[in-house]
Design a protein around this ligand. Structure first.
Ligand code: ADP
Ligand code: MG
Length: 680
């Protein structure tokens, strides 16, 4: 068995299972070995039956004293019920649809069972436990790995597969330089891989996990720092004269906030230098990131270059298109729009004008990464709401120019310490002030039975000529089903607000319809916009002063904050009503935080505390490669160490050309896929 062998060479993995596994990135024996358990069940000690409590998992061992197939014995679905006892007590084991198991147990023989204990009319039960003949080979006792769920492959199957490939681990060689192994006290890779799957002792798990997390984070950090150094080393970047920024700023219609001024000066410094700008602009919703983008685009165009701005959705791209057209009208700049849904003829026209250099600024969606899109002289690449884009997409966009400057804008508030690590390849600027005159949004929680009162308040705003958003409950992660709930709400509100125009938007509508609805809302032709979360990001309608979120308990904190950020964008007092339908503790806490704070960074910290890191900082979401074993938040301490090690490795071998670092280079390429080319 070789590490590079295909998994389909294994016993028990045919084409069907092979396909399921490969969908999870598992194609070779090596991939399997790197499919790490998520946690372990400690089944070393058996619990005397009298000590088990309901709701927890236990290992119990005992003799079968009775075996009963209840119901009609010819019915395959008839449950099988066993009574088990040890020296201390008795417990019932139940298998529904259990007929197929009736031959598996002999009365008076001893078995081990592992599962959750429940109580049924005063009697302790285990339903569908794992079981095995007591003391036989393959007993379910020990420290048992629990793998990430893969539909179609049971835990037991995965354990058997892992046991099967275990011998192949022997051929793994130490791949890190000796000084790093010694300095960070790393366990041997063979030991670590063996013990992460089938630990002999629980302390071995800790040693092994440390080693493997270190490996993964070292690979990540080395890759990120490599890209960053590589960018910094590019001396042939474009130097932009930013002198004309003043005329634009003086004419922008408001006074830049302190935060905007500082961030602009940081951006200007990058632009002026001959290095390549690679900067992340973080700022809470409504902090005015677009203004910074506009100034940067303006000076870039004044220097004879083109600029491009990529947004994650068509709605957002179109909105930017309108805003920029407006902002640059009197400067006579030509703005172009490119979206996937445009007619081929329209696309072609834009592409032609882009190629000749007639268009100064292109705005669009992913469509602008396509190979056919060619610029004349691209000098600045901006991506908005960056967490929807990956490292790779950014690379592809910047390759359309000759090392253009890069600016990435995000409203996802990430605690700064973490951002430094996450965006290792980017410099970071934070707009930490809000435009003056903004009144903090008033957030009010209401129970389901008070919905009527909430909509009375909405009417009050409508009477004043203001507009409202109503977000329909998030039913599940399916736009189709969410759309249905939005449609029902729409029908209800149409009746309620007969004298007003109510609109509906959701993700399953055809693009043109979505655009038409958004357009009408922006123009004020729609008073109440019912929507699913499609409006979550970026939309800017200053006349909208009310946000109603139905079934707010369905949304996470960060999401609620983003949604709320759609209002309060002008100078009028805005309101956010959170309607609670099902008040769990966590929902109550979220609502409390929302009512007390409008600070995105604080909310992000609270979100982290309530939900745990994995969910929010899902690495995919941030455009980083998927991690197998590490969690950048939970393993922040290891990350710090890995970063130091990465720096020292790159200091002595900047291009990772030495044969000692060949395996590290392989790992980086595997982790980042096409995103990183380590030139050899
Ligand atoms: P975001 O950071 O969420 O992208 P925008 O750039 O869309 O925010 O700005 C939100 C609104 O605030 C826009 O209407 C913009 O014109 C306005 N704005 C931006 N900066 C200022 C400022 N310094 N003073 C007043 N209004 C501002
Ligand atoms: Mg924005």
């Amino acid at each position: 068995m070789d590490l590079k062998d295909k998994i389909t060479t294994l016993k028990g993995i045919g084409p069907k299972k092979g396909k399921v596994l490969s969908e999870h990135g598992i194609k070779t024996i090596e991939d399997l070995i790197e499919w790490f358990p998520r946690r372990y069940e400690d089944r070393r000690r058996e619990t005397p039956i009298c000590d088990v409590k309901q709701g927890k998992d236990y290992l119990v061992c005992g003799k079968v004293i009775s075996r009963r197939q209840s119901g009609n014995p010819y019915n395959k679905r008839a449950p099988l019920s066993l009574l088990i006892n040890d020296d201390s007590g008795m417990i019932e084991i139940v298998f529904f649809n259990g007929k197929y198991l009736s031959g598996a147990f002999n009365v008076n023989s001893k078995y081990s069972f592992y599962g959750k204990v429940s109580e049924n009319m005063g009697r302790m039960q285990m339903i569908h436990p794992e079981f095995h003949q007591y003391g036989e080979k393959g007993d379910i006792r020990g420290i048992i790995p629990v793998y990430p769920t893969i539909e179609g492959i049971s835990q037991n199957e995965m354990r058997k597969i892992q046991a099967q490939v275990s011998p192949a681990i022997e051929s793994v060689r130490e791949w890190l330089p000796e000084n790093i192994v010694t300095e960070y006290k790393l366990a041997d890779p063979v030991f670590s891989l063996k013990n992460i799957h089938f630990p002999k002792e629980s302390r071995y798990v800790l040693m092994s996990r440390f080693r493997l997390v270190f490996d993964e984070l070292l690979t990540l950090e080395t890759g990120l720092i490599y890209v960053k150094n590589d960018n910094a080393a590019k001396k042939n970047g474009i130097a932009i004269n930013t002198g004309r920024s003043e005329e634009f700023i003086n004419n922008i219609g408001f006074k830049l906030t302190e935060g905007q001024t500082r961030v602009w000066s940081e951006v200007a410094k990058d632009l002026e230098s001959t290095g390549v700008m690679n900067r992340l602009i973080q700022g809470d919703v409504g902090s005015g990131k677009t203004a910074i983008a506009e100034i940067a685009m303006y000076v870039t165009v004044c220097n004879g270059y083109q600029a491009v701005m990529m947004a994650p959705t068509e709605i957002l791209a179109k909105q930017h298109y309108v805003t920029l057209t407006e902002a640059f009208r009197e400067y006579n700049l030509k703005i172009g729009l490119l979206c996937g849904s445009m007619k081929p003829a329209d696309k072609k026209e834009v592409l032609d004008r882009l190629g000749t250099g007639e268009i100064d600024i292109l705005v669009g969606t992913h469509a602008i990464i396509q190979p056919g899109v060619k610029f004349n002289r691209l000098g600045l690449v901006i991506t908005d709401e960056q967490h929807r884009f990956g490292v790779e997409q950014r690379h592809r966009l910047s390759e359309k120019g000759d090392d253009p400057n890069i600016m990435v804008m995000t409203a996802t508030p990430i605690p700064r310490t973490l951002a430094v690590i996450l965006y290792g390849e980017l410099d970071i600027s934070v707009i930490d002030t809000m435009p003056a005159g903004r009144k903090p949004i008033r957030t009010i929680a209401a129970h389901q039975e008070d919905r009527g009162l909430v909509y009375d308040k909405v009417r009050k705003e409508l009477v004043k000529g203001k507009q409202a958003y109503v977000v329909a409950p998030l039913i599940e992660e399916s736009e189709k089903i969410d759309a249905k709930s939005a449609s029902e709400l729409f029908a209800e509100l149409q009746k309620l607000f007969k004298d007003y125009k109510v609109g509906l938007i959701h993700g399953s509508l055809p693009q043109e319809q979505k655009d038409a609805v958004m357009d009408a809302f922006v123009k004020g032709e729609i008073d109440v916009l019912v929507s699913t979360v499609v409006i979550e990001i970026g939309i800017n309608v200053q006349n909208a002063t009310v946000m109603v979120i139905e079934n707010c308990e369905r949304f996470g904190l960060a999401q609620l904050h983003q949604l709320r950020g759609r209002v309060g964008r002008g100078n009028d007092q805005s309101f956010c009503y959170l309607i609670i339908n099902n008040e769990t503790d966590i929902a109550a806490e979220r609502v409390k935080i929302m009512c007390e704070s409008t600070d995105g960074f604080q909310i992000a910290e609270e979100d982290l505390r309530l939900r745990g890191p994995g969910e929010i900082f899902g690495t995919r979401q941030h455009g980083l490669p998927e991690m197998r074993i590490s969690d950048i938040v939970r393993h922040a301490d290891v990350l710090e160490k890995a970063k130091n090690a990465a720096n020292s490795l790159l200091a002595s071998d900047p291009d990772l050309r030495s044969t000692d670092n060949a395996e590290l280079r392989n790992r980086i390429e595997k982790m980042f896929g096409g995103d990183i080319r380590l030139e050899i």
